[in-house]
Design a protein around this ligand. Structure first.
Ligand SMILES: NC(=O)c1ccc[n+]([C@@H]2O[C@H](COP(=O)([O-])OP(=O)(O)OC[C@H]3O[C@@H](n4cnc5c(N)ncnc54)[C@H](O)[C@@H]3O)[C@@H](O)[C@H]2O)c1
Length: 253
């Protein structure tokens, strides 16, 4: 198994892409800490991992709460004596152009999509440095490399995740720590529900995706789980500071 004896923390692992990543890491032998603000979602992921014979625990917290994050990560390190993988995944989309976007929405987007990644990475770093190895994966988005219509808070935060990833990768490679970013395109999860409502329903979004994405469809979460596994395992051992875009070709047109 690719991740035997490794301890992985995945934020936003209670649903969607984060859940799919948590499931595949557990299948490959990792003990997965399912960090999520929603305890029902977190429990569901943990139960699914246990049902499949894997190892997991839930960590219910708001990743934007520095104290909760610090307490949670310290407790994981104390319990297991190691943190091998951090997948910073929890994030949110806040709509609006420069004039429309609510200021508190812009701040919320920054604190969840960027600052919480920064804090979690900072908190796991002493354990990874001590071990002389570790992997951090930050979820950005195709919106981290593209213009995204009237989504200034979201694109700003997701572009920043990429800059932060490169910076962390350069600074910490000397400690054997790799840091990469994942940029999914359209993935069919509850994350897109507000956008679907804004577009006027499921038919409208299906038509939009068929036109915008060269492969002509959404990704299933399983199609993002495989790239996650690649990036957090030794299969990508010579890769750091890179951006993996998994978007059905949306960014090539
Ligand atoms: N689904 C897509 O199409 C898509 C595309 C590109 C990027 N992404 C990125 O993926 C991430 C989430 O997407 P998903 O599709 O997995 O979403 P999702 O809605 O299926 O799951 C998000 C999970 O994050 C948790 N969460 C939200 N706020 C949190 C907080 N403050 N603290 C802890 N947990 C919190 C939620 O409870 C939920 O379980 C975001 O970073 C998003 O930008 C998604």
């Amino acid at each position: 198994m690719l991740l035997e004896n490794r301890v992985a923390i995945v934020t936003g692992a209670g649903s969607g892409i984060g859940q799919a990543g948590a499931l595949i890491m557990a299948k490959e032998g990792a003990h997965v800490v399912v960090a999520d603000i929603d305890f029902i979602n977190a429990d569901e992921t943990v139960n699914r991992i246990h049902a499949a014979g894997g190892s997991a625990e839930s960590l219910v917290l708001d990743v934007t709460d520095d104290r909760a994050l610090e307490a949670g990560i310290s407790a994981v390190a104390a319990r297991h004596g190691r943190i091998d993988i951090l997948h910073n995944h929890a994030g949110a989309q806040v709509a609006g152009d420069l004039e429309q976007v609510a200021l508190d929405g812009f701040d919320r987007s920054w604190s969840l999509n960027v600052r919480a990644h920064f804090m979690a990475a900072r908190l796991v770093m002493p354990f990874m440095k001590k071990a002389g190895k570790g992997v951090i994966l930050n979820t950005s988005s195709s919106s981290g490399v593209l213009y995204d219509r009237e989504m200034i808070a979201y694109t700003t935060s997701k572009h920043a995740v990429i800059a932060m990833t490169r910076q962390m990768a350069g600074d910490y490679a000397k400690y054997g720590i790799r840091v990469n970013a994942l940029c999914p395109g359209w993935v069919d999860t509850p994350f897109n529900d507000p956008f679907i409502a804004q577009m006027g329903g499921r038919d409208a979004i299906e038509a939009y995706i068929a036109e915008k994405v060269p492969l002509g469809r959404w990704a299933d979460v399983s199609e993002i789980a495989e790239p996650i596994l690649f990036l957090v395992s030794d299969r990508s051992s010579y890769m750091t500071g890179q951006i993996l875009v998994v978007d059905g070709g949306e960014t090539v047109v």
